[in-house]
Design a protein around this ligand. Structure first.
Ligand code: ATP
Ligand code: MG
Length: 311
């Protein structure tokens, strides 16, 4: 039997347009070649991947009380029944794609900063999650909930639920106050899922391996640290052993939410009881597949057995 999984954090709408026109002046209008409206945010990206992988999970999230909120609820209808509807508009991000595949995001405040610990408590069946893992995402975008992370850690611990944490990049940058807050979260985390630059910034060291070792020293016994490294793949540290899993060489068509899809593949494998190494490999394979397929696919097709005839 698989260990139960949950995700707690931000779901929103992404409106992606591109490519960015060479000139953009106030008071003018430009046509763009591509546009896409999609469910997103860390919760949205991970939930789509877990659903495609056939992994069962619970979600604590919220929406605003508008058309976008209804749309998100209908897309995640099997999970959204207990999500609160806040008295405000639903958060959306406009992502402007640049020709070099970088993007600029402009995000409205909206509902995500209103999610509270009480709402999370009502949205999840903690008894059913006992012995499992809860992934906390979007903390820097959710001031109300992150102020209550200490209470959330207590609640999870009481029910023997391990914490997985993906902090993302703080909007305000890595100020001393943000770093101190984040280190407090890391101390409660069993699976730390950050990208390389975030780890370097949080621990203020030049090498990612040093940041990973600094992290594991302050985490509970037996904790796992993962550094997501884009086209280089991912590294993992548990106890004293460091491993590295390279990413396959693929043509990236859409890297939005790559880290969230990695988290989905990694935690699904951990929940199935696979080894740490195999789980990192699953995270890399799932994410690299997703960012190189359109429409997105999460499961790599099985490797064709080569025919022996004619060799
Ligand atoms: N160009 C790429 N080629 C192959 N795989 C990639 C590429 N970019 C990302 N990936 C895959 O996605 C995983 C996660 O990506 P990345 O390290 O960029 O996470 P992240 O910075 O947390 O992403 P996000 O921008 O979503 O927060 C990588 O470990 C890798 O498997
Ligand atoms: Mg990330």
């Amino acid at each position: 039997m698989s260990r139960p999984l949950a995700i707690i954090g931000n779901v929103n709408v992404d409106i992606i347009v591109g490519d960015y026109p060479p000139t953009l002046h106030p008071g003018t209008e430009s046509m763009v070649a591509h546009g896409d409206v999609r469910p997103a945010g860390c919760v949205g990206n991970t939930a789509l991947a877990w659903t495609a992988l056939g992994t069962p999970f619970q979600v604590a999230a919220n929406t605003g009380n508008d058309m976008f909120g209804d749309w998100l609820r209908s897309i995640f209808r099997t999970h959204s029944g207990a999500w609160p509807r806040e008295s405000c508009a639903t958060t959306f991000s406009v992502g402007i794609a640049h020709p070099d595949s970088e993007r600029t995001f402009l995000t409205t405040h909206g509902h995500i900063e209103k999610l509270s610990l009480d709402e999370v408590r009502r949205a999840l069946d903690f008894e059913a999650l006992s012995g499992g893992i809860a992934l906390l995402v979007g903390g820097f975008l959710m001031d109300r909930l992150s102020a209550d992370y200490p209470g959330l850690f207590d609640l999870l611990e009481q029910h023997r639920i391990e914490v997985a944490l993906d902090t993302g990049w703080p909007i305000t940058g890595w100020t001393p106050a943000i770093r101190a807050q984040c280190l407090g979260w890391v101390a409660h985390t069993h699976h730390l899922l950050m990208n390389e630059v975030e780890l370097l910034s949080l621990f203020e060291v030049p090498e990612v391996e040093d940041a990973m070792m600094a992290a594991v020293r302050m985490m509970p016994k037996g904790a796992h640290v993962i550094a997501k490294r884009g086209p280089l793949g991912a590294s993992g540290l548990r106890g004293g052993s460091m491993i590295h899993v390279p990413a396959p060489v693929v043509k990236a068509v859409d890297t939005i939410g790559a880290g969230d899809v990695f988290n989905a593949g990694y935690l699904a494998a951990i929940a199935r009881g696979e080894s740490f190494d195999a789980a990192i490999a699953a995270g890399v394979a799932t994410a690299s597949r997703a960012i190189s397929t359109h429409p997105r696919e999460y499961v790599a097709p099985p490797v064709q057995k080569q025919s022996l005839r004619g060799r």
